[in-house]
Design a protein around this ligand. Structure first.
Ligand code: BGC
Length: 582
């Protein structure tokens, strides 16, 4: 492989991350720059938004109120908050600081006298979202017409009726803020900064359906009723719930072992999935978009952690042999998929697990087999989620898998170790393609859990590493500061990742916060409990590892409570190391 030059790569990455695909696709060279002179040009701009609390779409209509046609136009305006452009349409959109610039695409450059042209953009924000007060087109300040508020105008397409299953449930939707997590976050110093972020509700045992127990104080119905209240401010609303209670749960680790034994498939079906389906199917909740995250850390274990591999565990061998992961997941997607407003996303591990050739195709095949088991079909699967409760970055900004140093591919570095991917977004996009080739619908979408994938703080690299040798290059480039990508428990140095965001990149439905930041992954020493949770040495900071993390130190924080319980020290570290910073 030839040596690659970092600058073009970095530029491409930045554009992809920001999601401003129109800029890449059109290039700034295609803009039409001929403009009517300022003297005979006059304009009005109508600005309206559809706001869901953490983001919004803006529709702008420029009307030429002058007496001459404009041949080419450039609109600028400024926000006063932290509104950030995610993508735009019908124009070439860019943002510098608080100033947004939209130029014509070429095909819509001519605006006759009295005519108008409409553009749309999508933004994220936090805090307040005041409408801009002044618009300038071709250097002329426009007379205002209209203000903020819902209004007609061009958008990504006609809005479906609430309740119809849409392609991307996060599009134009508010997302449920879990009051239990939010209260824990808000009670922490500095925690108010993120306490209004949406995180998932975890159904991690039968008792969580009713609620009332520690860590699951609010039951499913109460959450859904809360969601209906939160939904009042939104045209569409997403409720995110994790379905996590398989028989023989988490066969390759102990920290999140569950309450059901390996053979208790019937209990899983009748006492867990059926009651959940009954509640989710209640017509009272029919207008919510219910996103289900199906069974973390299950199916890929049947590929990677079974005999004769060195990484095998007896428990995963058993779950492969008895079929209860496959039967449990297929039952869950079949039963929940019958509810028209449920969107099933199956957990697909993460790049540092499934990204190797041995695991990639085999995992996709197993997902396809599972989706065709029992009464299930691929139509029950809306998409897949990667990096749930894990720590891998969505995007490694300073290097990518095609880089090489002195003819040696980064795949040969100790860190990458022949993986095909260096981050979760590139993995998710490629895995999506693989899943479609295995028979899943071509419009499946991916989610990425970015709740703890941030890796900010003073040690974060700010550019590519030295080109002295491939290891120095990767070590100097990577923002992920773990000892090894197989490390998963309460990782020291991690920060909050990208805030929840809709459609951040092609094929990705959303960045989501599924693992609630501040909830432990597992205790750092044995703690007796009645939740079925074991003690996994991967959560012990003194542990020197096993074949599944290639015998590295665990990298875990000390003094952690059992999984799911509040871990203040970790929450504080996640805040401090947030990237993007808070
Ligand atoms: C635990 C669950 C918990 C979830 C969210 C998992 O690791 O096993 O009990 O609900 O994390 O914090």
């Amino acid at each position: 492989m030839s040596r690659t030059t970092p600058p073009p790569r970095r530029r491409r990455r930045a554009l992809l991350t920001a999601g401003v695909m129109t800029v890449t696709a059109l290039g700034t060279g295609t803009m039409l720059q001929g403009t009517a002179s300022a003297a005979d040009f006059a304009c009005e701009v109508d600005y309206s938004t559809n706001d869901w609390g953490s983001g919004f779409t803006a529709d702008l209509t420029i009307t030429n109120t002058g007496s001459t046609a404009a041949n080419g136009w450039e609109l600028t305006y400024s926000y006063t908050g932290n509104q950030r452009l995610a993508q735009g349409w019908n124009g070439v959109w860019s943002q510098s600081g608080q100033t947004v610039t939209v130029t014509d695409t070429g095909w819509n450059g001519t605006v006759a006298a009295g005519g108008s042209v409409s553009v749309g953009g999508q933004f994220t924000y936090s805090g307040s979202n005041a409408a801009p007060t002044e618009f300038t087109v071709n250097g002329v300040v426009c007379g205002e017409d209209g203000g903020s508020g819902p209004g007609p105008g061009p958008g990504p397409g006609p809005d479906p009726e609430p309740g119809d299953r849409v392609n991307n449930p996060y599009e134009d939707a508010g997302v449920y803020v879990n009051p239990d997590w939010s209260a824990n976050a808000a009670a922490e110093p500095g925690g108010e900064a993120i306490a209004d972020q949406p995180t998932a509700v975890w159904l991690d045992r039968r008792a969580a359906i009713e609620g009332g127990s520690a860590g699951n104080s609010t039951g499913l119905r109460e959450h859904l009723d809360n969601a209906l209240v939160q939904a009042q401010d939104h045209e569409n609303f997403v409720f995110q719930v994790v379905i996590y209670n398989l028989p023989g749960r988490d066969c390759a680790a102990l920290a999140s072992n569950g309450e059901l034994g390996p053979d208790e498939l019937d209990v899983y079906q009748s006492e867990f999935i059926d009651p959940i389906a009954e509640i989710l199917g209640d017509p009272a909740y029919a207008d919510l978009r219910i996103v289900t995250v199906i069974e973390i850390d299950s199916l890929p274990n049947l590929v990677t952690n079974v005999s004769p591999r060195a990484t095998a565990t007896p428990e995963c061998d058993e779950m492969l042999a008895n079929g209860n992961y496959v039967n449990g997941v297929s039952y869950a997607i079949d039963t929940l998929g019958d509810i028209p407003n449920v969107y099933n996303y199956i957990d697909a591990g993460h790049y540092g697990w499934i990204g190797w050739d041995d695991n990639f195709g085999a995992s996709a095949e197993l997902f396809a087999e599972t989706a065709n088991t029992g009464g299930a079909s691929v139509d029950d699967v809306h998409g897949f989620i990667v990096n749930t409760a894990n720590y891998g970055p969505a995007v490694e900004p300073h290097y990518d898998i095609n880089d090489s140093v002195g003819g040696t591919s980064v795949r040969q570095s100790e860190w990458v170790d022949w993986n095909r991917y260096v981050d979760n977004q590139s993995f998710a996009q490629a895995f999506r393609t693989e899943l479609v080739s295995q028979g899943f619908n071509s419009d499946i979408g991916m989610l990425i859990d970015t709740s703890r994938s941030g890796w900010g703080g003073p040690d974060r690299p700010t550019g590519p590493g030295p080109l002295t040798d491939v290891n120095a290059y990767v070590e100097g480039s990577r923002v992920d500061q773990r000892f090894q990508t197989g490390n998963w428990c309460n990782q020291a140095g991690a920060g909050l990742g990208e805030r929840p965001e809709v459609a951040p990149a092609p094929g990705i439905d959303a960045y989501v916060w599924v693992k609630p930041p501040g909830e432990s992954d597992g205790s750092s020493e044995e703690i007796p409990n009645n939740e079925g949770k074991g003690f996994d040495r991967m959560c012990d900071p003194t542990y020197e590892g096993n074949p599944r993390n290639n015998h590295n130190m665990s990298g875990a924080l000390p003094d952690a409570p059992i999984s799911g319980h509040w871990f203040s020290a970790q929450f504080q570290e996640l805040l401090a190391n947030a990237y993007p910073p808070l």
